[in-house]
Ligand binder design. Sequence first.
Ligand code: ATP
Ligand code: MG
Length: 302
Amino acid sequence: MNKFYTVEEYAKLKNVTDKTVYEWVKENKLNEINLSHKISKLVYEPTDSTKKNIAIIAFSNLKGGCGKTTLATHFAALLSIIGFKVLLIDTDHQNQCSMFFPQQPYELTIVDVLKGKINIQDCIYKTSTKTSEIDIIYSDFALSLFVPMLNDRDRLKKSIDPIIDNYDFIIIDTSPNFDIVSQNVARISTHIIIPIKLETLHIQGMEHNLLGLEQVAQIDTNKVIGIMPNIVELQLAQQRAIFNLLSEKYPNLLFMHEGLLIPKDPELPKVVDFNTTIFDFRPKSRGSSAIKRALHETLRRI
Ligand SMILES: Nc1ncnc2c1ncn2[C@@H]1O[C@H](COP(=O)(O)OP(=O)(O)OP(=O)(O)O)[C@@H](O)[C@H]1O
Ligand SMILES: [Mg+2]
């Protein structure tokens, strides 16, 4: 798996100066990620393109409406903007990832992927916005009808294994429940992010999610690399109180610094009306900057 470092971290690791690290970037011995001039650059070592070691990141929370789809889609788009090859998989029967991209006809969906009898390449569609270009596996309402027929918790892994090496990142959006599809996702993911709203019901959803990952999907909960507060309004006393409580209870998991909290941004819900992402619709908005910071922190935690 690629490891991502700030220039300072990499210099310390290699016992060289920051200047040397920048020279290595210029000489293409190191790759650089520049999300915005306000966010420190990240560097990573080039990998053998025939032997990719990809990150599969799922967004998961049993509570609905915390921003799983919004964040999964924007992470996928942003990773593409900074040059990575990305596959976005929608595993929620609501099929809402599709709303962030220009509409196009498609026949095959995650249901076909989970049935496993098709060529996986045929289920992958190309889509793009002004600034991003990703591959996507769409979902469909029929997924909810198919769930009772699925009894293999590793079906998704078996289906997508042949194409995994085509990508640097696979991003997965999940539904707000812990059915067998979500268990498939938990098992294939290398990393899991739990977005939450700073509300009591969301904390409960997050804690049930952690239990489900461990006891139902039987995965190592160390895969959970972040609890990501979203739609944040810290001026509200209740949100501030919940934030303080979470900081004490999950000091390592919580995306904690105030700069890392994703604020409530009224521009974000609008993007789906234009079938695009915030990076094209309002690139300078608070939401756009906050999602960039959240991705920066996520890459550092991988
Ligand atoms: N930072 C934000 N600021 C304002 N609105 C937001 C933000 N993030 C998400 N939203 C809005 O909140 C609503 C719920 O977001 P989203 O659909 O991404 O949640 P979800 O967790 O995927 O929900 P579900 O569990 O139903 O799939 C949407 O209307 C979305 O536009
Ligand atoms: Mg959703």
